[in-house]
Design a protein around this ligand. Structure first.
Ligand code: HAM
Length: 444
């Protein structure tokens, strides 16, 4: 007996046996289809990046979660925890010559050393869609529509999900109007981002903590009271006099109106507590959740008008989102919306005896050259065993090569779904053009 222990997978990482890979492939296909429907083209970058790419602008939380090490050349490197800084770098190098707006998407695997929790792993695949070089809220609406259409494409509509949307500039105007100094804004965003997940006392404590936001108690309370007014109309009324609020409310209305035109009005709710954890957002921000609020966010994004300038030197506005495969997979499974995994092949060839094996290989070759999937037994086995193998391979048709039929130049084709059988001419099964560019090999 082997004394070797099976090496376990790292915590937070996944294997993808075919049944799990099938779901992943289904998501990727849907994401790619929808991206193209909106005119986005695919790009990618390296999974390993210089550490500095993230320490500059991603925000503390993500930097703490980096997988980072020194490479053999003495460089500080990190596995990419998100795609946006790589996008900013790639575009910085080439965006000047490109017509705007730029519509790019990607499906990278990302790595974050997260605390173990439901919906969060240490690697995930994330659909990234970013629109660059257009600063109106209509672009923001177009991008959020891509995300919502991506969810609809896998079967999740307004009854299953909702996007919660806000605007950091509106929040900034409100915070300033209650006495929060400009230089404390970023610290305040990080605390407000946790409003839903932490008790009120803890939020107040952090707002007053000199090491955190550092507000006096009265200002801290006024900050928290902003969130007593949940509707856009309420905010407009209550903060009518506050500088900048009316313009931002008007923009939010245009944003919501555009989403309505695009068919997603009933999936979107204004929600001032959405701030986003990442530091670089500058305008509209959004997160998509399951409607019951059971799961972590499925998707998050927003406008980030300074990042490209800071990382790649391209002074371009941008808006985008990331949608992970983990929560989405959990949600689809819970809804029973994941089709049962079934392997499929077009043909399974059953040679009755070993004498028919060479013919089986020739038929397989011909049919594969036509683009069909073909499997046959690689060694002598009983017809019964072959038929059960055909069933477990998911064969649509079984082709039986029996000595008598072969002698007459035919083979028996059985449709596995209907059980119907008919003879087909071997000459037809073998007659297939060779793949382009390749001369026939072996026998003629
Ligand atoms: P994010 O909110 O950090 O944004 O991630 C976006 C989505 O990726 C989350 O809503 C979640 O579905 C998924 N996700 C994130 N971390 C994990 C994890 N550890 N395990 C499983 N899923 C995860 C960003 O990354 C931004 N760069 C998105 C963006 C693109 N903004 C503009 N363009």
């Amino acid at each position: 007996m082997s004394t070797q222990k099976t090496l376990a997978r790292l915590p937070g990482f996944r294997d993808f046996p075919p049944e799990d890979l099938a779901l992943r492939a289904r998501l990727f296909d849907a994401w790619r289809r929808v991206s193209r429907r909106y005119g986005f083209v695919e790009y990618d970058g390296p999974p390993l990046e210089p550490l500095e790419l993230y320490t500059r602008k991603s925000g503390e939380e993500i930097v703490e979660q980096l997988y980072t090490f020194e490479d053999k050349g003495g460089r500080q490197v990190a596995l990419r925890p998100e795609m946006t800084p790589s996008l900013a770098r790639v575009l910085g190098e080439r965006s000047r010559a490109m017509p705007k707006p730029i519509r790019w998407f990607s499906v990278p695997q990302l790595f974050r050393y997260e605390r173990h929790q439901r919906g969060r792993l240490r690697e995930h695949f994330q659909w990234n869609v970013d629109l660059v070089g257009e600063d109106g809220v209509e672009a923001d609406a177009e991008v959020l529509a891509v995300a919502l259409d991506g969810l609809r494409e896998v079967g999740l509509g307004s009854e299953d999900i909702r996007a919660r949307v806000s605007d950091r500039r509106l929040l900034a105007a409100l915070l300033k109007s209650v006495g929060l100094p400009e230089e404390r804004l970023e610290a305040a965003y990080a605390v407000i981002d946790k409003i839903e997940r932490e008790p009120e006392e803890r939020i107040l404590e952090r707002l007053s903590d000199p090491e955190d936001v550092g507000l006096d108690d009265a200002t801290a309370r006024r900050v928290l009271e902003i969130f007593d007014t949940p509707t856009l109309e309420g905010i407009e009324e209550r903060f009518a006099q506050a500088e900048g609020v009316a313009e931002r409310v008007e923009e939010m209305r245009r944003f919501l109106g555009s989403l309505h035109d695009l068919g997603f009005g009933d999936c979107v709710d204004f929600d001032l507590t959405i701030v986003r954890g990442l530091a670089y957002y500058t305008g509209i921000v959004f997160e998509v959740f399951d409607r019951q609020g059971e799961f972590r966010a499925i998707c998050g994004g927003g406008r980030y008008d300074d990042l490209l300038d800071r990382i790649g030197g391209a002074g371009l506005s941008a808006v985008g989102f990331g949608m992970g495969d983990v929560v989405l997979g959990e949600l689809l499974r819970e809804r029973g919306a994941v089709p049962e995994y079934r392997p499929e092949v077009d043909f399974f060839i059953v040679p009755i005896g070993v004498e028919q094996l060479p013919l089986a290989r020739r038929v397989a070759r011909a049919q594969r050259n036509r683009g069909l999937s073909v499997v046959y037994p690689l060694r002598k086995q009983s017809v019964r065993k072959s038929f059960s193998a055909a069933a477990s391979e998911g064969a649509r048709e079984v082709l039986v090569l029996g000595p008598d039929e072969v002698e007459q130049g035919v083979a028996l084709l059985r449709d596995m779904a209907s059980g119907e059988e008919r003879n087909v001419e071997l000459a037809r099964l073998l007659e297939v053009p060779e793949p382009a560019g390749k001369a026939p090999v072996g026998e003629g």
